[in-house]
Design a protein around this ligand. Structure first.
Ligand code: ZN
Length: 273
């Protein structure tokens, strides 16, 4: 069983035991609440080496109705997930602001992270990644506008990992990633993508995707051991039929007792930064 430990930097995947019963009924309710740091995004947790950690990371939020339908599916299934949001999408209308604000309030189940202000100046990737200062500003602006609670970024259009001076990803994104790393940000890529066809339809079946995930775990072919970051997009699940696929996908993953769903602030290299 997993256990959240406040203020302890965990440097390796270690076994843990469940020993957090609080039998002291005399403890005042507000004291208990004050001593519950697990509700603060980024608080380190201990890992169980017999588990496989799965990070569902959905991009380009908020994009209703997909975002709302995914949120409902995750809640019903009782799994944690991370939404990487774009400020330009957030600012379209007040209802979209409310969607993200509600996500922010629902940590530790949901975590809101940074996917830029303009999505690389509206997918103008070459220009974006060759203008480092304006690109960096695009992320810091997004953080301020949306009140992103953690320094975790996914670069638009690039599967890039960066943190602690390390970099992995397309060369074109290196300058921006390294600059953000030097400012204390973590850049998160992905291990498996639930791809789209025609811009919004899930490509792989739930079974195909779970088989791919199992193979990658078995082969050790992930960015970090025992951790699998899955990328999808909110807009893929606007159609109820596709929400059925999402539910099937999660149900299949839940059948394996080793699988644990976590938010990306608990990704190993991030919480040890
Ligand atoms: Zn994106």
């Amino acid at each position: 069983m997993m256990k959240i430990i406040a203020g302890i930097a965990v440097s390796a995947i270690v076994m843990t035991s469940c020993n957090n019963n609080n039998n002291n009924k005399a403890v005042a309710k507000d004291t208990v609440k004050a001593a519950a740091p697990k509700d603060v995004p980024g608080t380190p947790m201990k890992y169980d080496s017999s588990k496989r950690y799965i990070f569902l990371t959905w991009d380009d939020s908020p994009q209703p109705p997909g975002t709302i339908r995914c949120k409902t599916a995750f809640k019903t299934q009782g799994v944690k997930a991370t939404f990487f949001a774009v400020a330009a999408h957030y600012q379209i209308e007040p209802s979209r602001k409310r969607i993200l604000d509600s996500l922010k309030k629902e940590y530790p189940q949901f975590l809101l992270c940074n996917h830029s202000s303009t999505h690389a100046f509206k997918d103008n990737y070459n220009f974006f990644y060759t203008h480092v200062d304006s690109a960096v500003k695009d992320f810091t602006k997004a953080e301020a506008i949306m009140g992103i609670p953690v320094k975790i970024i996914r670069l638009p259009g690039r599967n890039t990992w960066a943190g602690k001076g390390e970099f992995r990803g397309p060369k074109t994104s290196e300058k921006v990633a390294r600059k953000l790393d030097s400012m204390g940000y973590n850049i998160v890529g992905w291990d498996v993508e639930w791809e789209m066809i025609r811009g919004n339809t899930p490509k792989q079946s739930p079974t195909e995707l779970v088989n791919l995930i199992n193979k990658k775990f078995d082969d050790g072919y992930t960015n970090q051991p025992n951790a699998m970051v899955i990328l999808a997009h909110d807009r893929m699940f606007a159609n109820p039929q596709h929400i059925d696929s999402l539910n099937q996908f999660i149900s299949l993953l839940k059948q394996d007792p080793r699988n644990v769903f976590e938010t990306i602030d608990h990704y190993p290299s991030i919480q040890n930064k």
